[in-house]
Design a binder for this molecule. Structure first.
Ligand code: 17E
Ligand code: FE2
Length: 408
């Protein structure tokens, strides 16, 4: 009588912490109970280890992944040298080149329990090669990895006469979300206009917004307030995400406090990328040296949805990285000093549930009957233990199928 195709037995369910069997019917979760008396063709005994909904990579650049050193290393370690180097590398992009590196990265991520990924694709390049390749990859991996693609104008929307048209074309080609980079537009006014343009396009074409916003230590970089205003006026709330917002780490407290109120009204999502923010920012400081990361703890305390992203894996901005979201959360909890007990748990949420909120995929996310049977069993008893030891993913099940990977 059982239609279960797979049963995960004796798993410590996240977040409740109780021990359950999870019965999978095809691609969905069919039952969760202390003990399922039936059998299934595949049965996995979790031996009271943690089963968690998958990790969510809410911010990564798959088009540049695995290009570190090509054509040269980022010696200054700054965002801007990174953009220059990528500018050289992107001249030689081909569809095959981007697809190969993106796929390899996605496999590495999936092996570590990441089953949702939002990637940026640089669309300030005249052939839109990165975008076209990543859209193909998104569609080809859909039965084991769910990918969203952001059309991201790395060089700015108004810095080059063709870039706005390229952004429009990217939407027509099928980008899920629209990005921008206001702090890198030629003038502050262009920056403001660029944010307004992104929102206008997003509303017109019914897309999500995810803007690289204020990724600089300049305390005068204040485009997050423009994003908050646009979100409030258009009532777009959780469809909007502000990525990086590192300048918020340098704002004076009076301004930051005022802004916090506007962010609460806006209810937009924020993404910090601790590995990259801590290495790219603070480069113009001597000592004391700023940490250059947004106010994660305070945003979280105010009830705003914050997630953590990896941002880069072996690219011109960051030559390290493995795709492991526990590394990301681990760095986040250090850099943001989120070492309180509830704060550590919150850091785990920032690479799981909060990421799902950012991606607007909560309906398809979580260990609940009827939802996709996508989960990871970690060699840990709870999120704290997983973070402390950066626990290995023992099994990864995506949409009902157990994933297996080459051990090479
Ligand atoms: N591009 C950008 O503007 N900022 C970053 N952190 C990366 C690419 C990785
Ligand atoms: Fe980024």
């Amino acid at each position: 009588m059982s239609d279960f195709t797979l049963i995960l037995r004796r798993a410590r369910r996240y977040p409740q912490g109780d021990i359950v069997d999870i019965g999978v019917e095809g691609t969905r979760i069919g039952a969760i109970a202390p003990h399922l008396p039936t059998s299934a063709p595949t049965e996995l005994d979790a031996a009271e280890n943690l089963v968690s909904p998958p990790f969510v990579e809410s911010h990564i650049h798959l088009d540049s992944a695995l290009t570190a050193g090509e054509p040269r290393w980022n010696e200054s370690g700054t965002l801007f040298e990174g953009i220059q180097i990528w500018g050289e590398r992107k001249k030689s992009l081909s569809i095959e080149d981007v697809k190969r590196r993106a796929l390899e990265t996605l496999q590495q991520q999936a092996a570590q329990g990441v089953l949702w990924v939002r990637t940026h694709a640089d669309v300030s390049e005249p052939t839109l090669t990165a975008l076209k390749a990543l859209l193909e990859v998104r569609d080809s991996v859909a039965d084991w990895m769910r990918v969203q693609v952001v059309a991201f104008p790395q060089d700015g929307i108004y810095s080059h006469p063709k870039n706005l048209e390229l952004l429009r074309e990217s939407i027509a080609l099928g980008a899920d979300a629209i990005g921008g980079i206001p702090h890198y537009e030629l003038t502050r006014e262009d920056g403001v206009t660029s944010v307004e343009t992104v929102f206008e396009l997003a509303e017109t074409f019914d897309r999500l917004v995810d803007i690289h916003c204020d990724e600089i230590d300049d305390e005068q970089s204040r485009f997050l307030e423009v994003m908050a205003a646009c979100t409030i006026r258009r009532d777009l709330g959780s469809r909007v995400t502000a990525s990086h917002t590192t300048a918020m780490g340098s704002y004076n407290n009076a301004y930051a406090q005022k802004l916090m109120g506007f962010l609460q009204r806006a209810r937009l999502n924020l993404i910090a990328n601790p590995l990259i923010n801590i290495t790219l920012q603070g480069r113009t400081d001597s000592y004391p040296k700023r940490r250059g990361i947004t106010r994660v703890k305070e945003l979280w305390q105010q009830g705003l949805n914050v997630s953590f992203g990896h941002d880069c894996i072996c690219d011109p901005w960051y030559s390290l990285g493995t795709g492991n979201m526990l590394d990301v959360a681990w760095m986040g909890l250090h850099v943001c000093q989120m070492t309180g007990r509830a704060e550590i748990d919150a850091c785990y949420e920032m690479v799981t549930t909060n990421g799902a909120k950012t991606l607007n995929v909560e309906n398809e996310y979580g260990l609940e009957i009827g939802k996709p049977a996508s989960f990871v069993v970690l060699e840990a008893i709870d999120p704290f233990d997983a973070l402390r030891r950066r626990a290995r993913a023992k099994w990864v099940v995506s949409q009902g199928k157990q994933l297996t990977f080459d051990s090479t």
